[in-house]
Ligand binder design. Structure first.
Ligand code: PNS
Length: 162
C-alpha cells in the first residue's frame, strides 16, 4: 500500500490544492492531506476548521483522508508509514522554498522523498492568501474555492468585520 502525505496549512483549502490531490491519488493508493497546526503563519481558521474544510473539499475523491498534524513533518510521515511527501509547484517562484524544504526533510530522514506535481495552469496563480484578500473585498470566490469553503470564509471574515 503506497501512501503519500500532502502537507500544508490549508487556510483554507483551495481548488489549486484539490487539483494537486486529484492528480496525486493517481500515483499512490492513499493520500493523507495533513493539515499543519503552523502557528507561525497565524492562520485565519483554527486547525479543526481547516481539517473540516479540507474534508468537505475532498469528499468526492476516493482514497483521500484528512488529518491534523503538529510537530516535525518527517516524524509524522514516518508514523503514518508513508513513502513520500507530495507538494504542488505553481510557478518558478515556489521552487526555491520548496527545494529547501525537500532537502531539509531529506536531511532529517534520508529515506524520505518529496514528489512535486505541477498544479493545473488554471490555478497557477492561486494562493490561500490571495483568495482571502479577494473574499475580504467582496469578490467572487467560485473559481477558487469549493462553495461550502467559500461560504465559511465569507462568514468568518464577517465575524471579524461585522
Ligand atoms: O501550506 P504551506 O504553509 O506551504 O505548508 C508548509 C508546511 C506545513 C508543509 C511546513 O511548514 C511544514 O512541514 N511544517 C511542519 C514543521 C516541519 O517539519 N518543519 C520542517 C520542514 S520545513
Amino acid at each position: 500500500m503506497l501512501t503519500g502525505i500532502y502537507p500544508g496549512t490549508f487556510d483554507p483549502i483551495t481548488r489549486g490544492h484539490t487539483d494537486v490531490i486529484a492528480r496525486s491519488i493517481r500515483l499512490v493508493d492513499r493520500i493523507i492531506v495533513a493539515v499543519a497546526l503552523n502557528p507561525g503563519k497565524e492562520p485565519l481558521f483554527d486547525l479543526a476548521d481547516r481539517v473540516e474544510l479540507a474534508k468537505i473539499a475532498t469528499q468526492d475523491l476516493a482514497g483521500v483522508e484528512v488529518e491534523p498534524f503538529e510537530g516535525l513533518l518527517v516524524e509524522y510521515v514516518k508514523n503514518r508509514g508513508a513513502q513520500a511527501i507530495i507538494r504542488g509547484l505553481r510557478a518558478v517562484s515556489d521552487f526555491e522554498h520548496e527545494f529547501q524544504m525537500a532537502l531539509l526533510n531529506r536531511k532529517l530522514d534520508s529515506n524520505l522523498e518529496t514528489l512535486f506535481l505541477m498544479a493545473s495552469e488554471e490555478y497557477s496563480y492561486l494562493t490561500s492568501s490571495m483568495v482571502k484578500e479577494v473574499a475580504s473585498l467582496g469578490g467572487p470566490l467560485h473559481d477558487f474555492l469549493h462553495p461550502e469553503v467559500a461560504q465559511r470564509l465569507t462568514a468568518r471574515l464577517h465575524a471579524f468585520r461585522p
